[in-house]
Design a protein around this ligand. Structure first.
Ligand SMILES: N[C@@H](CCC[C@H](N)C(=O)O)C(=O)O
Length: 265
């Protein structure tokens, strides 16, 4: 059976978007999408290619973003994904901004910000110190939840963590479901750069929730007042993250649709 798809990205964190309004195109009897299909779609040689899948399912009078990592696993939230999802709903489904989007981590509202989009990512949870290791080297890390788990490690040089071909080691008691790991260097006042190894997708060119976690960890380290905005450079571009006076995280960045078609994968 062939079905429609779109391809999009936010700071080169790329996704296959699957329209599935009534949940019958990709849902099984329980409404779930098979991990095999996600892996086939995200395969960069035999499939369309992507860091994950954004399946658009109608729920009530709004939309649910069913996010899956490239390995087929489920995540609670995807920050770059929610902007791409909003771009899709606006351009193809006629939804207006500001746009509430249902996710496994609650409702996120996305609005325009010039050519870019701003997602209200809600209140971060700062959950304490932990550590991560790569190739026998260990760094202290800040555990931050943006609905999904992150460990943020400050380094002197982004190359320190090596090629990141495998998931960094972490404390399974702290992260029983795995973790997204960000390595961060300072570039200037309110300006950092990061690399990320994403749970379920490997090293990617960007991670929106990761950039939010990085801004939170950096603001805490700087003792920065609420209302401060950080510029977060990722390999695929730049995101801006504000921790607001009322304890919410606003993430601003690009969201681009680059292709659409049909597939029988
Ligand atoms: N790339 C995403 C995060 C996707 C989910 C993550 N890999 C996880 O398993 O939690 C983003 O932009 O936030």
């Amino acid at each position: 059976m062939s079905y429609p798809f779109l391809k999009g990205h936010g700071t080169e964190n790329d996704f296959v978007v699957l329209p599935d309004a009534d949940g019958t195109v990709h849902g099984d009897a329980d409404g779930e999408m098979s991990a095999d299909r996600v892996r086939a779609l995200c395969d960069r040689r035999a499939g369309i290619g992507g860091d994950g899948v954004l399946r658009a399912v109608r729920r009530g009078d709004g939309w649910f973003m069913d996010y899956r990592n490239a390995d087929g696993s489920v995540s609670e939230m995807c920050g770059n994904g929610v902007r791409v999802f909003a771009r899709y709903l606006h351009e193809r489904e006629g939804e207006a901004f500001p746009m509430p989007i249902q996710t496994r981590a609650g409702v996120k509202v996305v609005d325009r910000s010039g050519d870019e989009l701003t997602a209200d990512m809600g209140t971060p949870e700062v959950l304490g110190e932990t550590s991560v290791s790569v190739m026998g080297r260990t760094w202290p890390a800040q555990h931050v939840s943006m609905g999904n788990p992150h460990a943020v490690a400050f380094v002197d040089d982004l190359a320190e963590a090596g090629p990141l071909l495998e998931a960094p080691e972490h404390d399974d008691a702290v992260f029983p479901d795995g973790v997204n790991v960000e390595f961060v260097v300072r570039r200037g006042a309110r300006h950092v750069s990061m690399r990320v190894h994403e749970r379920g997708s490997g090293e990617t060119r960007s991670c929106g929730t990761g950039a939010c976690a990085v801004a939170v960890a950096t603001a805490l380290a700087d003792d920065a007042p609420r209302g401060t905005t950080y510029r977060v450079d990722v390999p695929g571009g730049t995101l801006h993250v504000e921790w607001t006076e009322d304890d919410r995280i606003l993430m601003t960045g690009p969201a681009v649709l680059v292709a659409e078609g049909t597939t029988d994968l």
